[in-house]
Design a protein around this ligand. Structure first.
Ligand code: UD1
Ligand code: CA
Length: 503
């Protein structure tokens, strides 16, 4: 017996993504396929999976909200071709328009993969498996199916002697057909030529008066062509989002995939249910994520860093061994072994050096903090450069905005800034300088000098008793003065008493 020759699958001639529907049940000004989960739009996930198959053409059928959808496509996948379906006459009509647009650019031959813009859980691996099975069997069309607990709303797969005979939509199904639990995912691999032939014979004789893409399978089967099916192992993959409750369900499933992936890669996730990770995030082994943490955008966390609880990190780079707690950061770079939080807000352009610290109730923006420098409490550091080994006291503020323009504050190495200091920019504090607590610094402080910039203290003695007699404050002051006087006279009297006793 000869082994079957396993020919490597050929890349699809085209992937068509249908995304023209309105998605009424989202009740949204945003087109359905632009709603997001895990850091990407639904359509973005579908396009990303499709791209992994390296199709010769990637076509997206747009209709409702086409300006927004096309703009998103242009931004994320400039090579994708949007094709407009003015009126939504059904999935068959949408594919016909897409095939016509492709044909206008030249003959098409090979495999055409069709999928929908609102099924973001489908993986590239599954799409690839469908194309492979399709090409290996030489089917006219191969449909991706799933066995689901509740088939309501889906097209049912009607088989005869095991082979797919046709797909019947929910609204057109007989009670026996409605009981079938094998359903149409809406993903198909077609032979391009047979697809075009089938599309040209579609009618609108159905409950919705639409051209059903699903009818192409019945037409081809009726002509004696082979119609096959591939059933997904995990039926969750085919789930679509028609409303926001379903979108939340998909988001949770997708997130569980991502947290599962990162845990297998060596990341500790204490509470996967409250940890949300975007698709572009990159984590290294022995990262620890504590509960209620969101990692968004292109956030990267290096080996051994601990983040959480209660953190939202967006486009942030965290160095190895750093510790970030109860913080919101965006566009920040946190150095190796640095510490951030709690209740800390790091805004774009913040760069913390090695072992640097941005402590409790500290906000930073466009600020470079050198290695080992600490801003431990209640400070605002904006448009500033801080050198190495500095200590910036509690309540220090860089006054960077004069109402019109932003100005820079430059602090050298090993500078000590006392608490409650305002650094009024533009200003510079040079290496090794000290600033006295409570100063308002408006001029540059030379290296190694002490700057004191505050009113001198003056005590007006007896002021309370004169101006606030018979108050609790006055009585407390009087009692304190009497006690002080008594203590002094006792000190003075003691030796005199001893002398008298001796006499
Ligand atoms: C479709 C399938 C059904 C399958 C289900 C899986 C048909 C006739 N039925 O039903 O068998 O079980 O998907 O989710 O195909 N679209 C367009 N233009 C149109 C109509 C639809 O672009 O004119 C797009 C929609 O935006 C959507 C997708 O095609 O992304 C599916 O359309 P939808 O109306 O949701 O089809 P279903 O009724 O869910
Ligand atoms: Ca649908």
């Amino acid at each position: 017996m000869s082994e079957p020759t396993a020919s490597a699958p050929v890349r699809p001639a085209a992937v068509l993504i249908l995304a023209a529907g309105e998605g009424k049940r989202m009740r949204s000004a945003t087109p359905k396929v632009l709603h997001t989960l895990c850091g990407r739009t639904m359509l973005g996930h579908v396009v990303a999976a499709a791209r992994e198959l390296a199709p010769e053409r990637l076509v997206v059928v747009v209709g409702h909200g086409r300006e927004q959808v096309s703009a998103m496509l242009a931004e994320t996948d400039a090579a994708a071709l949007p094709v407009v379906q003015e009126v939504q006459h059904g999935t068959g009509h949408a594919v016909r328009i897409a095939m016509e647009a492709i044909a206008a650019q030249g003959a098409i031959d090979g495999t055409v993969l069709v999928t929908y813009g609102d099924t973001p859980l489908l993986t590239a691996a599954t799409l690839d498996a469908l194309v492979t099975v399709h090409q290996e069997t030489g089917n006219a069309v191969t449909v991706l199916t799933a066995n689901v607990p509740d088939p309501t709303g889906y097209g049912r797969i009607v088989r005869r002697d095991g082979a797919v005979e046709r797909i019947v939509e929910q609204r057109d199904a007989s009670p026996q057909q409605a009981a079938i639990r094998e359903v149409n995912s809406g993903v198909y691999a077609f032979d391009a030529k047979l697809l075009a032939q089938g599309l040209s014979r579609l009618t609108t004789a159905n409950a919705q008066g639409e051209e059903y893409l699903t009818d192409v399978l019945g037409i081809l089967a009726g002509d004696g062509h082979r119609v096959g099916a591939l059933t997904v192992a995990d039926h969750h993959e085919i789930l679509g989002a028609n409303d926001r409750a379903q979108l939340a369900q998909l988001r949770r499933i997708f997130n569980a995939r991502l947290t599962g992936h990162w845990m297998r890669e060596g990341v500790t996730i204490v509470d996967p249910d409250t940890t949300w990770i975007d698709v572009q995030v990159a984590l290294e082994p022995d990262v620890v994520l504590l509960p209620n943490t969101q990692l968004c955008g292109a956030t990267r966390i290096a080996v051994g860093a601990e983040v959480g609880p209660n953190c939202t990190l967006t486009d942030t780079v965290v160095g190895s061994g750093a510790r970030v707690t109860n913080a919101t950061t965006e566009g920040a770079v946190i150095g190796e072994a640095a510490t951030v939080g709690p209740y800390t807000y790091l805004r774009p352009g913040t760069r913390l050096g090695r072992k640097a610290k941005a402590g409790g109730f500290v906000e930073m923006k466009n600020a470079q903090v050198g290695d080992g420098s600490k801003v431990p409490h209640l400070s605002y550091v904006g448009d500033a450069t801080i050198g190495e080994g500095c200590n910036i006291g509690a309540g220090t503020i860089t006054a960077n905005f004069d109402g019109v323009r932003k100005h820079h504050t430059r602090i050298g190495d090993h500078v000590f800034v006392g608490t409650d200091t305002v650094l009024i920019a533009p200003v510079q504090v040079a290496d090794g300088a000290f600033v006295a607590a409570g100063s308002a610094i408006t001029q540059c402080v030379p290296a190694g000098s002490l700057a004191v910039a505050r009113g001198r203290q003056r005590n007006v003695e007896g002021w309370v008793e004169r101006t606030r007699p018979d108050t609790k404050a006055a009585r407390a002051a009087q009692a304190a003065q009497e006690a002080h006087a008594a203590a002094q006279s006792a000190e003075a009297g003691e030796p005199a008493q001893r002398e008298a006793d001796d006499a």
